[in-house]
Write a protein that binds this ligand. Sequence first.
Ligand SMILES: [Zn+2]
Length: 472
Amino acid sequence: MKKTLLVLCLSAAAWCDPTWTVNTPKFPLIAPQQSWVELEVKGPAGAHPQLQGPGQGGLRGGGSPLTEMSPGLYRCRFQPIEGDLRVDEEVLGSCQTVSGLLGIFEVTRPGAVFRTGPSSDYDRLTPVAAGVRFEAIQRQGDWVQVRPPMGWIKLSDGNLLEPSASLGNPQLTMIRVSEPANRVQIRLGSPCAWQVREDVEGHKLWIDLPGVPMAMFHIAYAQKTKNLPSIRMWPQDNGSTVEIPLRQRLWGYQQRWTGQDLIVDVTPAPKIDPKHPLRGLRITLDAGHGGKDSGTVGLELKVKEKDLNFKVTSALKAELEKGGARVTLTRNGDRQVSAESAPADQELQSRVEVAERSQAQLFISIHHNARPDIKDGRVSHGTHIYYYQPSGRGLAQAIAEPLAKAIGEPDWMHLWRSFHVIRQTGMPAVLVEVNFLSNPTLEKGMLARPDYAHKAARGIRQGIERFLRADL
Ligand SMILES: [Zn+2]
């Protein structure tokens, strides 16, 4: 009697998936010569497992695919050819895939996110449209590494297909530019990954299309093209890049995939009246937290961050309206913006949506800081302004100094951070931590003064005006 292993060869899609089980037969198995053994296994649907013969023992039925009887239920029969067969255990997924790839990963969730590593703690690279197909290289837990471009994506955001599945066939064939929407429509045929980059000065935008070759193409300009002159493109590392120069500074962009085109709507900086820079400008102000979410709470006077944020926001609204701005608030009172039961992410997204609905040209979120470590938090101070998009960087920098000086804070800085409300907004957006509420000296001193909110508002207004005048 030969002792051997029964190797169940799975397609790459199911490789190392722990959910596979063998229903029949039971192991160890002893099969007399010329008897037929029914093999039934359960696993993910559409996975194309194969039974691999033990080779030297001789196994009729080995090497052939199992039949999928119902989604995820597979069967085949095998028979020892020479002598009796003894199988001590089944081995699942020990096969090599032909291409060396795990498979082809197709993104199915709209708004899936591409990250630098295999967990949501890693930085976001770029959003990915549903329908994009990548080569999947390896899997770690619930994440799969794909290319091009190289990045990680959540397994549940798509389907892992056979390595032989098509990658799609995106090709850059046409660019159409239209105003006044400042729309750049890039025809690619089938969805692909892309990445938008901005230069620091905000006068250029690049769209990288890894893995997308340039085919016959032309650029179709609308008759009068004032804001987006001379778009260029060139091949790059097995892909292509589109360069969009801008006449004015870039104030943001919106990107989306529609059918066969990538659409990028570019927002150039508006025309500013140097005497009245705020006049007519649409600004959304966001008082952080609210309702059941108090934010941080002062250690001595138990001042709630949500209340202090709202005070400063209200004073800022009045200050900006004096200058002629059209201000909308994400919340006008002590409440959440979405339903009380909404998860935190949805609450933050509701704030972004207020800005989008009112077609805000600037977005400013007001907060007060804390440190998780109480010892540090008691002595921390400083005005910190956060930005995410390059277009928010100038605004953050412009606000930091005048705000700190207005409230009498000696330290200020502007810094990059991936906060939802400044990441998902398509206009220059900043999150202002006016000062530390976790510091009792400040809580009872600077932050408790009756003119504090007004001073902070005046400082932020000066900063906004400085930003608006930067191009003049
Ligand atoms: Zn906060």
